[in-house]
Design a protein around this ligand. Sequence first.
Ligand SMILES: N[C@@H](CCC(=O)N[C@@H](CS)C(=O)NCC(=O)O)C(=O)O
Length: 208
Amino acid sequence: MKLYLHPNAPNCMKVVMTAAQLDISLESEFVDLFQGAQRAPAFLAINPNGVVPALRDGDFVLWESNAIMQYVAATKPGNTLWPTDERRRADISRWQCWELAHWSPAVSTYLRENMFKALKGQGDPDPEALRKGDEKYHPLASLLNRHLASRSFLAGEDLTLADISVAAFLMYARPARVPLDDYRFIRSWMGRMEALPSWQVAQPPPRT
Ligand SMILES: N[C@@H](CCC(=O)N[C@@H](CS)C(=O)NCC(=O)O)C(=O)O
């Protein structure tokens, strides 16, 4: 299986961590988002949305990070990341949908304003965008914090794809100044995530 990725992209980090956690080896092809390679015709033929990640497995091509994680995890039956029990799966899938619909758009405001703009030379953070971002983010962070108050991981006591999807958007929580001070259960859960060897494997190499 070949993954088309950019290592700094949280949606790609999700798939790399899933594979690392399950000891699955993926070939990889670098798509340079900073050079616009995601909009090159050769890549648009793989993912017409012009975003990473995308996966090729023989003649099967798949895009959307959460679907890719599920597909990759399903190649190793019997794992706890993506169990076969329908209710467990639905619970995990629910958090992956929440991540896609609500959490990642909210966290992305901080990534864009406090980090990626500077990296791309696009000027200072916009205070109004950050204010609006705060309005979206805090109710979601409160919900997540309350949920994590009584369990080690999002779907119970085992690490699942749900944790990887939601935590990936906090991979730059420090440099992007994602507000976590008021959310101690999120912070301790992130401590558990960051301690996993698969989290370390999925971190992009330091910029030189
Ligand atoms: N819903 C898609 C989102 C993918 C996405 O937005 N990827 C970002 C990187 S995290 C990207 O490729 N951005 C490049 C661009 O928008 O030009 C998924 O989960 O795979």
